[in-house]
Design a protein around this ligand. Structure first.
Ligand SMILES: Nc1nc2c(c(=O)[nH]1)N[C@H]1C(S)=C(S)[C@@H](COP(=O)(O)OP(=O)(O)OC[C@H]3O[C@@H](n4cnc5c(=O)[nH]c(N)nc54)[C@H](O)[C@@H]3O)O[C@H]1N2
Ligand SMILES: Nc1nc2c(c(=O)[nH]1)N[C@H]1C(S)=C(S)[C@@H](COP(=O)(O)OP(=O)(O)OC[C@H]3O[C@@H](n4cnc5c(=O)[nH]c(N)nc54)[C@H](O)[C@@H]3O)O[C@H]1N2
Ligand SMILES: [Mo]
Length: 789
């Protein structure tokens, strides 16, 4: 667990190893007004200022107007769907999509000279914001054993190094292949195909930190691990519940759908410890009246739930609903639906004799009056959509909470019909497609049988490592090589010091990346950076510009074609990287014609169609305007599962007690408005009134007073899970509207406090919104202590 290990270089000199965390430096925090509406003029200004800052206004603006348009490219930011028919003439982008594009479309680039001038140790002294601003990676780089600087390497030599290492492992299971969620369907399919032909299911992916919980909850209950609604359902529904999600920042285009639903008569309930601007109101920057006038009020009711108080809240709503149904027989619950489509109703309703509404209200942090208001809104509405995000999925009992949401929808018969259903709002723009393409550490036998039948090799059947298990396996030296298709494994995963130590034990780390990040600096004995094209780049294969395809949050598969000239001639696309790695590694042993795939995306799509249901006529349908929907039986009211046949089960769950000691607080880690996961666009969190600082901790004023602190005080944060002391030093207290004993900080800075063992039951995701911490006055001696840990 050493934070700053000293190593010896080949010539015996001591070299300090690069820091796995952001430097412990404060900037110059300014507190501004906390907003209660999202988007509008400031968003448009912010969008363009990022393009100007990246010196890419003309390129960027040209691209912005192609983004999410039919025939254009899919926004690299979130997975929110595009409208099927009308697309705004002002552009189908949002402020944060524009920022994502500015990051990609930048003409700044990192060359071999840059790495010659800057050692990895020096680069690690920069913060993530500074690292990200260095520009696009432009040529393959190699870090030799004991090296202090990356050196240029040819693509051929890079693939030879990977192949040589892969082919000398004792077992294919000593390699792990990580994926972040931007990889196209075509590249994802080949990537998992390669891992399986090589011989392992070790495919940890960002889903293991994101919506694995949703899939784990939904697959065995409704038969599909995805959402059931489409965009049209939002436009004509009675009630939308948004729980544990911050759409104004993380899925801004969802706001247009909410505003349209609202205009057509829907009500909105928001459930969140923070009154996020994007839950309260919206001014559409894509419409003139949104830019100029006051915009739309969103939440009709806001419930300030305590962190992890959601289960108590949901159970409380159910108790009241049962009472209302008793008083209005047949008016609240959908008896026909319950009888025909569900199982376990009696056992479900019986459990409530154990619960008391006052206790549940207390545990949830929401008053009984507000709970009654919410329940009454639910009781007499028929078509309900529930949306959720990381606020639920990253809780220890996240799987149960999502099943509790489903319980409510089953009571109401409000799933599998128009205007009703579940909507887990996905993160990365193609994270859902990655899974459909079988990037999964636990592929099903049906999936493997189809691959086997088509290709004729025996894919491994043993389940592989997910993210958390992969980190532990690296620590135990069971995994010796980590290949990352995108992402920032070190900074996105929990327990930063532990994970850094695990990465440092590897023989080889390989990152296929567009931008420099901290995972390039915390490496195995040898390391490779393979630069690749991004979504907005023109992708030339055999002299012809190609398109790829992706699947959004609602199961629509669409084409995406980049339009910008790549910053360097050395970039190759992810698909070709996989093919060349496969050809060099597997050689004659392979039964797959990788060269055919190398030369044509159409050839890949032709074969995806043969191996994955729902992709019939892929090459034809993906070329149609708006793409095509994948089959989703649950959307049409068919809930087909192995265990329950064609009925969706009610699930029995427990309410956690969440006791905290006197000096203990619960911490949720979230995103600011100025970051995309570990990519830090800027240093503000505009809607929450934070300017120019990331090392802040939001606290309730009463807690601040009780502990004898004041706003602006510097503090150190501690976690003691597994009896290990974890320290995140130097944070500034900010008084905020948040339930007592609850705190919020930003990731990745506080990932160092999240134990690798603090996981969600059944989905094994890091529970990064449920971290018990202690807060103490900042001690300048703390750094010495951290060094000794
Ligand atoms: N601009 C931008 N867009 C993004 C991303 C980004 O970083 N930047 N990331 C993308 C990715 S990969 C993902 S997964 C999504 C993430 O999008 P979100 O799911 O919105 O992610 P978070 O910001 O982590 O947190 C969500 C909310 O959970 C709330 N919360 C915390 N604890 C609790 C709790 O116990 N109960 C309830 N009810 N709420 C709680 C927080 O206050 C916060 O508002 O966004 C995607 N889109
Ligand atoms: N504490 C805490 N931790 C969290 C979360 C949290 O809420 N709290 N959220 C979790 C969630 S939801 C997620 S999804 C993960 C995210 O985990 P990751 O997906 O691993 O992280 P990102 O920051 O999205 O990855 C950014 C890097 O991806 C590379 N990149 C960008 N575009 C492309 C591309 O087109 N191709 C390739 N090859 N590379 C590209 C760039 O080099 C960039 O530096 O983090 C998780 N970690
Ligand atoms: Mo995510």
């Amino acid at each position: 667990m050493k934070k700053d290990q000293n190593e010896k270089s080949s010539n015996g000199e001591n070299i300090k190893s690069p820091d796995a965390e952001n430097p412990y430096r404060l900037l110059d925090l300014k507190l501004t007004k906390v907003e209660n509406w999202a988007a509008g003029v400031p968003a448009v200004v912010a969008a363009f200022s990022d393009l100007i800052e990246e010196k890419t206004l003309v390129r960027g603006t040209k691209a912005l107007f192609k983004m999410n348009q039919t025939g254009g490219f899919d926004c690299p930011s979130c997975a929110w769907p595009d409208p099927d028919d009308e697309r705004s003439s002002l552009g189908e982008y949002c402020e944060n999509g524009a920022k994502a594009l500015a990051e990609e479309a930048t003409t700044k680039k990192i060359t071999a000279d840059f790495f010659k001038e800057n050692s990895i140790y020096d680069l690690a002294q920069l913060d993530d914001h500074q690292i990200g601003k260095m520009g696009r990676l432009s040529e393959p780089m190699y870090l030799p054993e004991n090296g202090t600087h990356y050196e240029p390497i040819s693509w051929n030599d890079a693939f030879k190094k990977i192949a040589q290492q892969l082919n000398t492992l004792e077992s294919p299971d000593q390699a792990a292949f990580y994926t972040s969620g931007r990889t196209s369907n075509e590249a994802s399919f080949l990537y998992q195909l390669f891992a399986k032909e090589y011989g392992t299911n070790n495919m940890p992916d960002c889903s293991n930190m994101c919506h694995e919980t949703s899939g784990t909850a939904l697959r065995p209950t409704i038969g599909i691990g995805k959402g059931t609604v489409t965009l049209d359902d939002f436009y004509d529904t009675d009630l939308i519940i948004i729980i544990g999600q911050n759409p104004g920042t993380n899925a801004p285009r969802m706001m247009s759908a909410l505003a349209k639903g609202k205009k057509n008569g829907a009500k909105i309930i928001a459930i969140n410890p923070l009154p996020e601007a994007g839950l309260m109101g919206f001014r559409n920057p894509q419409e003139i009246n949104g830019v100029l006038r006051s915009g739309v009020k969103l939440a009709d009711l806001y419930l300030p739930v305590k962190i992890n108080g959601d289960m108590a809240l949901l159970k409380a709503l159910e108790i009241i609903l049962i009472e209302l149904e008793k008083n209005n027989p047949g008016k609240v619950f959908d008896a026909d639906f319950i009888r025909e489509k569900t199982t376990g109703y009696d056992a479900f309703t019986e459990q409530f004799s154990r619960y008391n509404l006052d206790d549940l209200a207390q545990l949830s942090g929401v008053s009984k009056e507000e709970l009654y208001q919410a329940a009454e809104m639910l009781a007499f509405k028929k078509r309900i959509i529930v949306c959720w995000g990381m606020g639920l999925t990253q809780q220890p009992n996240g799987v149960d909470m999502i099943r509790e949401i489903l319980n409510i929808l089953l009571l109401k018969g409000s799933i599998g019909k128009p205007g009703a259903g579940v909507c887990p709002v996905r993160g990365h723009s193609n994270v859902q497609g990655n899974r459909t393409m079988m990037i999964d550490e636990k592929p099903t036998d049906e999936q493997l049988d189809r691959l086997q039948a088509f290709y004729g090799f025996n894919p491994p059947r043993k389940h592989g490592y997910d993210v958390v298990r992969a980190i532990k396996a690296m620590h135990d030296e069971k995994v010796k090589l980590l290949f990352c298709m995108g992402g920032n494994f070190l900074s996105a995963t929990p327990d930063t010091s532990y994970t850094a130590a695990a990465l440092r034990k590897l023989n080889l780390t390989v990152c296929v990346s567009t931008k420099l990040n901290r995972s390039h600096l915390i490496h195995g004995r040898e390391a490779l950076i393979l630069p690749t094209l991004s979504r907005s780049d023109i992708d030339m294969v055999n002299g012809q510009a190609q398109f790829i395809s992706t699947e959004n949050s609602m199961g629509v598969v669409q084409s995406s074609k980049g339009i910008l000239k790549p910053v360097s001639d050395h970039l190759i696309n992810e698909t070709q990287i996989v093919c060349r790695m496969a050809m060099v590694t597997l050689g004659e042993k392979s039964v797959i014609n990788w060269m055919r795939y190398h030369d044509s995306y159409d050839a890949i799509r032709d074969d995806i169609e043969k191996c994955i249901p729902g992709f019939e006529n892929y090459n034809i349908r993906v070329r149609e305007k708006g793409g095509f929907y994948l089959p989703n039986a649950a959307r049409h009211g068919e809930f087909i599962t192995k265990e329950f046949g064609d009925r969706a089960p009610f699930t029995l769950t427990e309410v956690p007690q969440n006791e905290l000691e006197n000096d203990e607080y619960m911490m949720a880690t979230t995103r600011t408005h100025d970051q995309f996961n570990t990519t830090i666009y800027g240093l503000d969190d505009r809607y929450r009134g934070i300017k120019n600082e990331r090392r802040v901790i939001f606290m309730n004023q009463k807690d601040i007073d009780k502990a004898g602190f004041k706003t602006g005080d510097k503090v150190d944060l501690f976690n003691y899970d597994d009896n290990i002391e974890r320290i995140a030093p130097l944070f500034i207290i900010v008084s905020y509207q948040i339930p007592e004993k609850n705190t919020v900080t930003y990731f990745p800075e506080t990932n160092v406090l999240v134990s690798v063992n603090n996981v969600v039951k059944d989905s094994n995701m890091p529970a990064s919104k449920y971290v018990k911490i202690k807060i103490r006055k900042h001690d300048p001696e703390i750094y010495t202590k951290i060094k000794q840990l």
